[in-house]
Design a protein around this ligand. Structure first.
Ligand SMILES: CC(C)(COP(=O)(O)OP(=O)(O)OC[C@H]1O[C@@H](n2cnc3c(N)ncnc32)[C@H](O)[C@@H]1OP(=O)(O)O)[C@@H](O)C(=O)NCCC(=O)NCCS
Length: 186
């Protein structure tokens, strides 16, 4: 089972389970309007084409605390990243980088060649994050977000299966201090 250990900042990325839903919901509630309910997360985890990961603290003071989460829906011909969030106090430590990395590795393992997502046009933090992985803007969905009618930027990667993409992904994870032993063989 995929696990990424961050050797600098004392956290690890692993598969999300039903036991994590309460803590994930607390983060979701703090980060998104409107938030997904706990039931939506439980229903998502039950779907065979979803992959969800959580970042958990490895620090002895807060061991196993959920610091971030994210999921991907493996649709017919594209891996669609559906959400990603990191505890405000733990941002800029590479947690989202590890989660997006894990989501893309699971898409590659399932032989997907394209990945996509929508992001608010004003969300520079997330756009910067996705750009680091090679996502490029391909269009806009006008008035996509119901709370303020903000447009969504649609971003794509279309070469998940290329050796260049995999090398770049491993380099990025190494730069953010993830131990990725074993992934190179995949
Ligand atoms: C977007 C978000 C997930 C990033 O999480 P994170 O763990 O802080 O991200 P990382 O530490 O892995 O950052 C990776 C890169 O993303 C970019 N980035 C992250 N936060 C940023 C910010 N506040 N401003 C500008 N760029 C930012 C940077 O390029 C960063 O690399 P650097 O720190 O070496 O400069 C986090 O800010 C968050 O949860 N935001 C609220 C929820 C949200 O908007 N989710 C995305 C929905 S599409």
């Amino acid at each position: 089972m995929l696990q990424l250990i961050n050797i600098k900042n004392d956290f690890a990325i692993g598969v999300m389970s039903l036991n994590d839903v309460d803590e994930v919901y607390d983060l979701e509630h703090a980060l998104f309007k409107p938030p997904w309910s706990k039931k939506v997360f439980r229903d998502e985890l039950a779907l065979s084409n979803r992959r969800y990961f959580v970042a958990k603290s490895n620090d002895s003071k807060s061991f196993d605390q959920v610091l971030g989460y994210g999921g991907v829906a493996l649709m017919v011909d594209e891996a669609h990243i559906v959400n990603i969030g990191v505890a405000p106090a733990k941002q800029r430590l590479g947690i989202a980088t590890g989660i997006v990395g894990a989501l893309l590795i699971s898409a590659i393992e399932s032989r997907f060649t394209s990945a996509t997502l929508e992001v608010r046009v004003s969300n520079n933090a997330a756009i910067n994050l996705y750009t680091k992985f090679g996502f490029v803007p391909v269009g806009v969905r006008p008035n996509y977000y119901p709370d303020n009618k903000e447009d969504a930027l649609i971003m794509w990667i279309s070469d998940l299966d290329s050796s260049g993409f995999k090398e770049g992904l491993l380099e990025l994870l190494a730069k953010y201090h993830f131990d990725h032993k074993g992934l190179q063989e995949k």
